[in-house]
Design a protein around this ligand. Structure first.
Ligand code: SF4
Length: 208
């Protein structure tokens, strides 16, 4: 059997999809989404094995990004919630900015302020160009059914995060997955419109 340190040394920290360089920040999550591949023992996304045995250090993420000028964007993502590691993401983004990154995006569940106990959105100012926030449902009950949050008030916290992020991040978009039972994509889009942010419809089982 392979030891954990050996597995960690071979784990995927950076991977490229559609001209973007993705950074795999953590495998830990705030949510336990019923539709998430990792809860069906599937950790491979479009040929990239994304299971992490150890969270990569800032230096590893900076190295894994390579020359950020070669990509349309650097995206903090992975099969986990990047902003659980808020400080590491901010420091990595700062270093990538110094290396000439033109566009930096975070794919997030929008629960960072709830988890960290303060409004963290001002810390993204000047570093993060875009946020893609998983709304996933048009109401708290549908959200709870699909995303299985561990904290009360999570759905409302996502909306508040998006509302506040608008002040600090140039492009904020909510996303929802078309094909999940009971999810009303038009209603999700209307929520985004009311918040004054963008919206992107995602397709079930298509990542990127
Ligand atoms: S937030 Fe993303 S990675 Fe985490 S459980 Fe949900 S789908 Fe999976």
């Amino acid at each position: 059997m392979t030891s954990v340190p050996q597995q960690a040394s071979r784990q995927t920290v950076g991977y490229t999809l559609n001209g973007n360089r993705y950074l795999n920040v953590t495998s830990r999550c705030t949510l336990r989404c019923a539709f998430c591949p990792k809860f069906h023992r599937e950790w491979t996304v479009r040929g990239h094995a994304l299971r992490l045995y150890q969270d990569p250090a800032v230096e590893e993420m900076v190295a894994a990004a390579g020359d950020p000028r070669e990509y349309d964007a650097v995206v903090f993502c992975g099969l986990g919630e990047p902003l659980l590691r808020l400080g590491a993401v901010i420091e990595t983004a700062r270093r990538l900015r110094d290396k000439g990154a033109t566009r930096i995006r975070i794919n997030t569940d929008g629960l960072a302020s709830l988890i960290h106990g303060e409004d963290v959105t001002p810390r993204l100012a000047g570093l993060i160009d875009a946020l893609s926030i998983s709304l996933n449902a048009q109401d708290a009950a549908t959200y709870a059914r699909h995303c299985r949050p561990t904290r009360g008030g999570s759905f409302e916290a996502v909306l508040d995060f998006a509302r506040k992020a608008r002040e600090h991040v140039p492009e904020v978009a909510l996303t929802a997955i078309d094909g999940l039972e009971g999810v009303d994509i038009a209603a999700c889009e209307a929520i985004a419109r009311d918040l004054g942010v963008g919206f992107r419809r995602r397709v079930l089982d298509v990542v990127g």
